[in-house]
Design a protein around this ligand. Sequence first.
Ligand code: PGA
Length: 251
Amino acid sequence: MRVPLIAANWKMHKTPAETEEFIARFLVLVPQTTAEILLAPAYPSLDRAGRLLRGTGIALGAQDLHPEARGAYTGAVSAEMLVGCGCRYVLVGHAERRHIFSEPDDLVRRKLQAALAAGLRPVLCVGETLAERRDGATERVLERQLDSGLRDVMPHAIADFVVAYEPVWAIGTGETATAGQAQEAAAWIREWVRDRLGRSTGDAVRILYGGSVNPDNASGLLALADVDGALVGGASLDPSAFARIVLGTGI
Ligand code: PGA
């Protein structure tokens, strides 16, 4: 049984004080749920969020990491530092890292390996651009990103793994994938994992949909057979909107 995961990616939003305010309000609105909830604030808020979330059942994650464990990498943050702040998850290969920061597939793979080595659960983000979808290249792009990202990962490690399907054209645009598009991509990803890493691994891996998820469309997306949760950007910044997403899914 796959436990649904609803994740908030705050990107470059919220100071530590605003993070604290969000958590206080959210905990009142959603005192408990059977879904797993994940908050991914910006680096400076992680430590404070980690302290506030302890014992609440809400998991903490980071939005990125550096592949090396330590060293002269000014401005970078290692997996071990994230663990020290209380993180259990880390996003890897988010579309904004791939496209705005020009991160290639092999860097994404090294980050993923570093996350696993430190005991963090990676959320591997994959998805095609609008041009790639129009060219009929969606599956080819997903295949490349999955193949590169998961190449050296042992099947047993995948049980802790999350894949987020986020079509780039749906991120922050207000344009959500249709239920058909989201289900088709999620099912394709699960089949790919089954094929490569075994049936039980494919059955266990959690696949999220991300891209303009909001309180009005979340329940429809989460009802899809192969969609096990959501990665929410803009609509996760407001505690009541994020609470409506979590509660509206009825889980
Ligand atoms: P969005 O972002 O919900 O604002 O589209 C999703 C994401 O980037 O994870």
